[in-house]
Design a protein around this ligand. Structure first.
Ligand code: PLP
Length: 393
């Protein structure tokens, strides 16, 4: 006789994927910072001004009635402008019709790529420290992120560790360059080592290049799709959130071989339908009309912001080295009281009104407890205020 269940479990239960806690440490710090009227260097919101011609183009597009659904992979004009940009800057040719996807942010581009290419139980190598969305998105699709620690203090790639992490379940490597949270820009030699491993084991390479223009001190961003043999297996993801300071507009993109793109478009359609129509037009205008000098100026401006924050952190006794890219500084938190990075961040917020993110948010449990991440993509006046507050610590 079949045994009867002794206790009937309610079907009103969360899925096995739903996390036990929801508020990420970054959001928690933001809420606390707002409550006390502090300065938020925690979230990478990038509140520097939008390029005026991009802003004007968005308003014009709305007024002209470009407010309806677009193709799930974006308007032709923007797909063409992205293809032109990728060829000009990286020497990689993509067909605008079926190898470029406009996405609702790089976040949506990555989600669509993961849905289209990875199966539950697959493993993806992710370099640590990592960007939380990458790891959580993979987990949400029942894909296993396998962390490969970068070597401190400069977060160099440990090629042997990366090679040792490959198993028969490995399907892809995820690379974020320039990287959040470290500001690391992977060097030519490192990217070649990653590419070599992909070729040897027939792996995809998913690259998040959202900070592609944020490079300092002569560092050079290399798009891995430009390496021999890599175009067909590399999914390039980037976007406009950071470059044009439009994090709330939700426009990004992916470029990849025509074998993968239709499936990516399918999943982008299911979740987002399309990126916001008038903002797609505005981003196309940005790509078409902003001169090359705009992008170098983005780097010059942020290099100066980086210098200001770095000096203030040093004066406050927090050890940090200058990141070659992105717009974050990971600084030591030895001199702050607390057992964990979260406690140290809360102490800093209470003492100075400056919010930073606990380094532990970017590592496996037990690591990063002595680091805090500070974002310097802030208006100069706010950044200077934050610096003055830090110096009073
Ligand atoms: C590495 C990385 N990728 C993607 C994003 C988000 O990009 P988007 O606004 O285009 O979704 C961020 C934002 O902080 C990021 O740091």
């Amino acid at each position: 006789m079949p045994s009867q269940p002794t206790q009937i479990e309610s079907r009103l239960a969360l899925s096995s994927l739903a996390p036990e806690t929801y508020q990420s440490e970054i959001r928690a710090m933001t809420t606390e910072c707002d409550r006390m009227g502090g300065i938020n260097l925690a979230q990478g919101v990038c509140d520097t001004p939008v390029p005026p011609l991009v802003e004007a183009a968005a308003m014009q597009a709305i007024r002209e009635g470009q407010n309806i659904y677009t193709r799930c992979d974006g308007i032709a004009r923007l797909r063409e402008a992205i293809a032109v940009k990728q060829l000009r800057e990286h020497g990689v040719r993509y067909q605008p019709e079926n190898e470029v996807m406009v996405a609702s942010g790089a976040t949506a581009g990555f989600h669509a790529a993961a849905m289209a290419l990875l199966n539950p139980g697959d493993e993806v190598l992710v370099f640590e420290p990592f960007y939380g969305y990458h790891v959580h998105t993979l987990k949400s699709l029942r894909v296993d992120p396998v962390l490969v620690a970068l070597a401190e203090p400069d977060w160099e790639l440990d090629v042997d560790a990366m090679r040792a992490a490959v198993t028969p379940r490995t399907r892809a490597i995820l690379l974020n360059t320039p990287a959040n949270p470290t500001g690391k820009v992977f060097t030519q030699a490192e990217i070649e080592a990653v590419a070599q491993l992909c070729l040897e084991h027939d792996l995809f390479l998913i690259t998040d290049e959202i900070y592609e223009y944020f490079v300092y001190d002569g560092a050079r961003h290399i798009c891995p799709a430009s390496l021999p043999g890599m175009r067909e297996r590399t999914i390039v993801i980037s976007g406009f959130s950071k470059t044009y300071s439009i994090t709330g507009w939700r426009v990004g993109f992916a470029t990849a071989d025509a074998r993968w793109m239709p499936a990516m478009g399918h999943f982008h359609d299911l979740t987002y339908v399309c990126a916001p129509a008038p903002f797609q037009v505005a981003c196309a205008v940005g790509l078409e009309e902003l001169p090359a000098g705009f992008y170098t100026q983005v780097a010059v401006d942020h290099q100066s912001k980086r210098g200001r924050l770095l000096a203030a952190l040093k004066d406050a006794g927090m050890e940090a080295s200058a990141p070659p890219g992105a717009y974050y500084i990971m600084a030591g938190a030895d001199r702050l009281p607390g057992q964990t990075a979260a406690e140290k961040a809360r102490h800093l917020l209470r003492a100075t009104g400056v919010a930073a993110v606990a380094g532990s948010a970017f590592f496996r449990p037990g690591r990063g407890e002595n680091l805090l991440r500070y974002c310097f993509a802030k208006k100069d006046s706010e950044l200077d205020d934050a610096c003055a507050r830090l110096r009073k610590l």
